[in-house]
Ligand binder design. Structure first.
Ligand code: SF4
Length: 207
């Protein structure tokens, strides 16, 4: 489920599961997304800073840990679930990996997400992240439902945008750091997005 339609038929090959950019170690565990964002680079190419993130199949728990160990993660600031896909579609795997990472390493853990996980899973999943995830960066992407629909093509209709706002509010109650982010893209009212993020009680970032 949630295979982006414009990726079907794309030739896949061995890809990067764990990769470093700057002081962060990133984990690429799925190419599936609940949204199909108009600005997403994955619909034209899957390279990011030289890393090929197009997965031939979704990696297992063991494969993710092996990929992390192969990088020898020292001298990093954080570990981030963020590839060209929505990590929280694989919630069980995220929880298992985060638990193991907390056991092995001292690094804080961040999840970059489209904020649709509660709609996808049909329940509030934020409590399941408590103690495992230090930061959640949520792609707010718009200041209203109509713009959000145009940009992100959410399968949840108007509930998609309100779902993102609700997810931010719930995350704010239980996760130490919550960030709402937007892409600087034509039609996005950055000032209105900033005001919305602040009204939801979280910090704001343009990415
Ligand atoms: S949620 Fe992120 S990875 Fe998925 S389509 Fe949108 S921008 Fe791309």
């Amino acid at each position: 489920m949630y295979d982006n339609k414009n990726l079907k038929g794309r030739k896949k090959k061995a890809a990067t599961i764990a990769y470093k950019i700057g002081d962060s170690l990133y984990l690429n565990i799925t190419n599936r997304c609940s949204n199909t964002c108009i600005f997403c680079p994955k619909f034209s190419q899957y390279k990011l800073y030289g890393h090929d993130l197009l997965l031939d199949r979704e990696p297992s728990f063991e494969e993710v840990l092996t990929a992390i160990a192969a990088i020898e993660p020292t001298g990093i600031d954080e570990i981030v679930f963020c590839g060209f896909g929505e990590s929280l579609l694989r919630l069980e795997l995220v929880l298992r990996i985060a638990e193991e990472l907390k056991r092995r390493y001292p690094y804080p853990i961040r999840i970059n997400t489209d904020g649709q996980a509660n709609l996808v899973h049909g329940r509030n999943i934020v409590p399941e992240l408590v103690g495992l995830v230090d930061t959640i960066s949520v792609s707010l992407n718009a200041s209203d439902a109509e713009t959000y629909m145009q940009l992100c093509d959410t399968p949840f209709g108007d509930d998609g945008f309100s779902g993102v706002c609700d997810f931010i509010l719930l995350a704010k109650q239980q996760i130490p750091n919550v960030i709402a982010s937007v892409v600087d893209y034509p039609g996005v009212d950055l000032d209105a997005c900033r005001a919305l993020a602040l009204s939801l009680g979280v910090s704001f970032r343009v990415r």
